[in-house]
Design a protein around this ligand. Structure first.
Ligand code: UDX
Length: 441
């Protein structure tokens, strides 16, 4: 039985490795960072993802999943190598391909036999050809290989479920036979498989993420207009979403998209367009709207506190960019906390899992043990992340312990009427009709 090698044990790599092992394959997960591999060998996950520890443990025990830092070991008797390393944003918003390039070079130097090299990382259109060039030029002796693009569509927080229940598998290659072999690996996932050329597959990933980001900026713009016109964006989204051409998903108004993918991918797609002399008008607007969400949140809190943040204590519920993850990459809470502090406020926060990561990024923010400690004597509470555990808090207790009962709900987690009847001065986003009575308090 040939094995699969996955290069990179970040979100995408580790879930891909454990996911394929769980489907019965023998998988070698490789990373050049010794401490990550050592940790994994001892059952320590480098990231937080629900269900991951159990999945890894089960497959390690069954002997299907192993970890190494050695390309030479990992590529022995291997037919499929997934590249799943990071592609951060470079200085001009372009994707930084240094880790992909380094992985391709190491693969070239250590491969012994025919290999199918599969790009999982989100890479600019044309990277598949570039990777093929690197492998060709770094092989000590010519050994045949094929390059296939197989972009990931995993969401943090539900990445394992997404791996096991994909909406589709996209494969791109100039070598149809190689693409068909990779398709075989995915057959048991029972999702439609789209086989196309390399560049089109790479573009499908960017276009998908850019479309989802557009949906978010669209609903955020509608939220702004709803507020001005006295309509309720939550109900607008429900009413729109029943149209099958629109759908309910990704129509939650909020603090804008963050995380490791959307900000970077929309920027990279716009950069690719500009490099070729195109004007990515829509993508620019999507980023512009998203960029306004964080300062808007700070201004709202300021307005609710009668125009001044100086000396005020603001409690934040949620720091991670979204629930069920400890990921703080491009989390709106970072910019918001920094802006509040710059305006003279004291900031306290609680997040169910990201506080350790967040404390290093936000050293001036006081981390609290629970939402009630955040609320005590605070001038206002802000909801940054819609964690489930914030839905049913003891609000009378929170109200009584706050200095002033003010809530700015950046995720529309609560109903304006409920909050008003509990005695809070409450504002959500785009809740014009229901929210307006409280806004004018
Ligand atoms: C995303 C894509 O969904 C996934 O397919 C891709 O492979 C990686 O990028 P992820 O970044 O984990 O996944 O999170 P996602 O759940 O898509 O949310 C992204 C951001 O959009 C978050 O900041 C979230 O808060 C925001 N969002 C999402 C909204 O503001 N409103 C919504 O309705 C949905």
């Amino acid at each position: 039985m040939k094995q699969i090698c996955v290069v990179g044990v970040g979100y995408v790599g580790l879930i891909t490795a454990a996911g394929f092992a769980d489907l019965g394959n023998r998988v070698m997960a490789l990373d050049i960072m010794e401490e990550k591999i050592e940790g994994l060998k001892n059952g320590i996950m480098p990231i937080y993802e629900p269900g991951l520890e159990e999945l890894v443990e089960r497959n390690v025990k069954a002997g299907r999943l192993n970890f190494t830092t050695s390309y030479a070991d990992a590529l022995q008797n291997t037919e499929f190598v997934f590249i799943a390393v990071g592609t951060p944003s470079g200085v001009d918003g372009e994707a930084d391909l240094q880790y992909v390039g380094a992985a391709a070079r190491s693969i070239a130097e250590n491969m012994q036999d025919y290999l199918i090299v599969i790009n999982k990382s989100t890479v600019p259109v044309g990277t598949g050809d570039w990777v093929a060039g690197i492998i060709e030029s770094h092989q000590p002796k010519p050994i045949p290989f094929s390059v296939v693009s197989c972009p990931e569509f995993l969401r943090e927080g539900s990445a394992i479920l997404d791996f096991q229940n994909p909406h589709r598998t996209v494969l791109g290659s100039l070598d149809r036979e190689a693409a068909n072999k990779v398709a075989q690996l995915h057959l048991s996932l029972r999702a439609p498989i789209v086989i196309t050329d390399l560049r089109t597959a790479e573009m499908i990933k960017y276009a998908s993420n850019a479309f989802l980001a557009t949906k978010i900026s669209f609903i955020n713009e509608i939220a702004n207009i709803c507020e001005a016109l006295g309509a309720d964006v939550k109900e607008v989204a429900v009413g729109m979403g029943y149209d099958k051409r629109i759908g309910q998903a990704f129509l939650n108004a909020g603090l804008g998209y963050g995380g490791s993918c959307f900000p970077k991918d929309v920027l990279a797609l716009a950069h690719m367009a500009r490099e070729k002399g195109r004007h990515p008008q829509l993508l620019d607007a999507v980023m512009d709207i998203n960029g306004d969400r964080r300062p808007m949140a700070v201004n709202r809190v300021k307005e609710m506190l009668d125009g001044s943040l100086k000396g005020k204590t603001i409690g934040m519920l949620g720091l991670a960019f979204k629930p069920n993850t400890d990921d703080m990459r491009d989390a709106p809470a970072i910019d918001i906390a920094n802006a509040l502090i710059a305006a003279g406020a004291n900031v306290r926060a609680y997040d169910p899992v990201s506080m350790e990561v967040a404390a290093a990024i936000l050293p001036s923010v006081e981390m609290c043990d629970d939402p009630y400690c955040v609320a005590e004597n605070a001038d206002a509470l802000m909801i940054n992340t819609e964690w489930n555990e914030f839905v049913h808090l003891d609000f009378p207790c929170i109200r009584d312990s706050m200095k002033t009962p003010v809530i700015f709900d950046g995720r529309n987690l609560y109903e304006p009427e409920d909050m008003k009847s509990l005695g809070f001065k409450y504002r959500g986003l785009g809740r014009g009709y229901n929210g307006s009575t409280t806004e004018e308090k």
